[in-house]
Design a protein around this ligand. Structure first.
Ligand SMILES: [Zn+2]
Length: 112
């Protein structure tokens, strides 16, 4: 499963960032066109985190709306799916966001 490997890398990165402390919260951004299912990420996270410094951490998932800029008229417009086109009718555009998968922040509590 695609999401499982993504969660593994998130937990790996957060574990390394913890440097002996405990991870309290991980915030990630998932573009709506990234093909990643936020539900599946949220489902896998506690399992993958078990036994790591990330165990028990909260996972915040922020979904990022997809937007593009038209090559023809320059308008920026939402692209809720892969078949979207510009209001001017053009299908030539550059995606600005919506395909990303980023770790936005990792909150760590240092070991006492
Ligand atoms: Zn256009």
């Amino acid at each position: 499963m695609h999401e499982l490997s993504i969660v593994c890398s998130i937990v790996d990165l957060a574990s390394q960032a913890a440097e002996g402390g405990v991870v309290r919260r991980v915030t990630i951004e998932i573009g709506k066109l990234s093909g990643v299912a936020p539900d599946a990420i949220a489902f896998c996270f506690p399992e993958v985190a078990r036994g790591t410094p990330v165990e028990g951490a909260a996972l915040d998932i922020r979904e990022v709306d997809a937007e593009a800029r038209c090559d023809v008229c320059g308008a920026e417009f939402p692209t809720p799916d892969l078949l979207s086109e510009c209001p001017c009718g053009s299908r030539q555009f550059k995606r600005l966001r919506g395909e990303e998968l980023n770790i936005k922040s990792i909150e760590i509590e240092e070991a006492a």
